[in-house]
Design a protein around this ligand. Sequence first.
Ligand code: ADP
Length: 780
Amino acid sequence: MIYQFSLIYRSVSYLTILTALVVMYGWLRGIELVQIIVQSWPSMKFNTALCFFLLGGVLLCTYYRNKLFKILLGGVLLFVASISFIENLTDLEVGLDVLLVPGLMSAGTALCFALMGLAHLVIYADSVEWRKMSQYLLHCVTVISFFAMIGFVYGISGEGKLMFISSMAIHTSALFFLSSIASSLIHPSLGFTALLIGKKPGNLLAKRMFPLMGSLILVLGYLVIKYWETGEISPETGLTLFGMSILIIALTFISMIAMELNRTDIKRSEAVRALRDSNANLEKTVAERTALLKDKMELLNATTSAARIGTWEVDLEAGKVTWSEMTREIHEVPIDFEPDLTTGINFFKEGAHRSRIEATVQECIATGKPYDVELMIVTATGEDRWIRAIGTPILRDDKVIRLRGTFQDIDVRKRAEIKISEESIFLQTLIDNIPINIYTKDLLSRKTMINRSELELMGLEDSSTVIGKTDHELFPKESADISRKEDVEVMKTGIPILSRETSMDLGENNKHWFLTSKIPIKNSEGNVTGLLGVSVDITERKENEEKLKNYAILESKSAEMEQFAYVASHDLREPVLTIKNYLNILFEDYGEKLGEGSKRYSNTILNALNRMELLIGGLLDYARLSRQKDLEQVDLNEAVKNVLESLDSLIVNSQATIKVSKLPKIKGYPTEIELLFQNLITNGIKFHHPDRLPVVEIERKKYGNGWIFSVRDNGIGIEPEYIEEVFVMFKRLHSRRLYEGTGIGLSHCRKIVELHNGKIWVESEPGIGSVFYFTIDINE
Ligand code: ADP
């Protein structure tokens, strides 16, 4: 029941019970007013009041759904009403009317109670037919009570009334009217109630017209009767007037309905037209959209087939896997191939790829996280193929029930990517490890890339401290200015600078020389976006060049010196020999005439001249040594043998032992080589220890492309501080009285070794002996 009706219903129920109680009280106390209300009108009998009390109970039981009490009270009500009705119609006397307070209720009242009781007993029946019946029974009660009330309004006496309502009290009919209407509100959608309560245009019209028409007819009838009773109009005129009025009212009513219907019809037609229009529009739009969708679908199909994108779906509950045609094609399986989750996963390449997809799918099912992976499969024909698999989970109640996604053949792209990545790694490795400085700059000469060599040049380790900086922020202003000028030139003209010699001052005594190339970097439209710089550090070469230059100067100076020494010693020899000859002649001719003093002076002069001759000879030999000659094949065994033969008397006299290992053949200058060995062997014997006989050993050892030779003696040795000095010309460590010599021998040796691209040095222990080493690089 609708809420506002429930209020009316309960109010009517309580009013019924209250009225019944008041009337019963009136009967018991003999208060006539409450029994009759209007004089000469029938009274409400005590039984009627009792039945109203029961009816009130039934109404409340219906409201509160108390089935048991309803049946009980309704049953009693039905029973009392039926008996009273029968008593009214027949001569049967049961005696109910005289039970408490005498008075038989009218047939109409009994009928109404019976109808009310019956209606309430089936009001909630399951069958709609029963419920409808209940509603119509209530309507009957409403109509009967309404007529009874009209009778009172029109002042129709008891005799003139219909049999059913002949003796119904005014408050009885009012209570029936109210309670039947209130009860009919329980099912507002049924019967006549629905007509008045509904929201449709007909309902609204009925709701408006009924009270109006009803009250108009009532008022009209009342007036006609009144005028008739006063004799102002004859009954015929009254009846005619009443009939005419009813006719006019009916016509008005019909025309209003017709107008309302017409209005509704116009609105309906308009609505139908609008609907048709919008339908047509809708159809047009649908057709357009369908065509568009078809185009899009075709485009999508074309795209997916061109991009080789297939689709797939896994129903986890049914364990079913579905692949699109393209997915099958990518796997190279027949069109009727039916995959399942395991076979699908087994297509992934064993190892990292398969483990990855297994873990990814498991995670997706467990967490509902979508995935997008690039992995390799092995197709049915055994071909390795890169694919991209995208998976999206579909959840129900937070549980993944299906997976759906795409499967794309990305083999060509992926392999190209891998190749590019490998090549770029190779390139990066090369750039980082090549001993050439490589960098790139943007249009403002800011460094955008720098390799390790360039970093090392700056004495830095982390390239991030350099990226974005200009040369002015990194190098001294002078060098940076030059560099920027070159950059601008390259970037403006687009012409590279190739192998330009540049220098850079990196601080104190740290000047670097480079062979620099600057190549413009252009974008796809041919515009210069920066430059690539490649610099080879040629500082060492530059320094070597410098050294070579100095060396050449020295060479020429030393050649000049040697020339001078040669000329000087050659020219000096002549006068020395002349003086010596004259001294000899002087001795031969005047020897006996010379005094002792003169003889001594003359001898001293002669000795000095001899010594001078020796020195000049040595100097001349030294100068001669530098002269260019062709290299010859020299068998060192032969050379040493010749030397030993020439030194034979010295060896015998000094009782020296000379041990010689087997020596190689080399390319060299034979005379000089013999002189070298002769000097070293002679020194080995000459500077022998006074306590032991001299032993000289000659050995050789392989060294790189050439040899290391050693001449070892057991002589007096050399103090460490003189180790370097012994090779300097005319340098002697001992007095001539102790050891004869000119101090030229070892400087000869060094020059000879250097002529053969070798080195000479000595290791010695004073008192134990010395070892002279020399290398010869020119061999066979
Ligand atoms: P000299 O004509 O004096 O031998 P050298 O140039 O051959 O001139 O030798 C220079 C000096 O080196 C010698 O005077 C000697 O003091 C020292 N010296 C050379 N060879 C030996 C050696 N085997 N043992 C010790 N001292 C040596």
